[in-house]
Design a protein. Sequence first.
Length: 141
Amino acid sequence: MKKRSSTSKTFYGKVVSGNQIGRTIGFPTANLSIDSSIPFLAKGVYGVKVKYRDRDYYGIMNAGNRPTINKENLHLHYEVHIFDFCEEIYGQELTVETCFFIRKEMSFQSLEKLVRQINRDVQYAKWKFSIKHDIENIFWG
C-alpha cells in the first residue's frame, strides 16, 4: 500500500464564482467554498488530485490570500486549476486531495511574472504526477 505524504489532506468544497481573473490569464480556477473543518494547510501552491463526478483529475491549488491580485480582502482562498479540464462546474462539489507542496505563496510585481510562475508550477506538478509536460518550461519558461 502506498504511504500517504505528510502534506496529503483531503477535503470537499463547493465551486463558487470568483473574480474570474484566472481564466483571463490562461489558468481558469475552481474557487472553493469549504467548511471550517478543513485540515490545516500552509499558504502556498500544491499539486492536487481532484475528484468530480467519479472521475479523477490532476491540478494545482493555491491556498492563501492571493497577494498579487488581492491587496485588501485577506481572507483565505482555495483555488484549483484542473489540468485539461473545460466544464462549467459552478455549484458542484469537488473532492480535493493535496499530494505535495510546490512552493510558498508569493506576491509578484506584475501579472506577467505571476503567469510565468504559474506555468512553472504547472510543469513541475505534471512532472511529479508523470503527466506529459514540457520540461524546458520548468527551468527556462
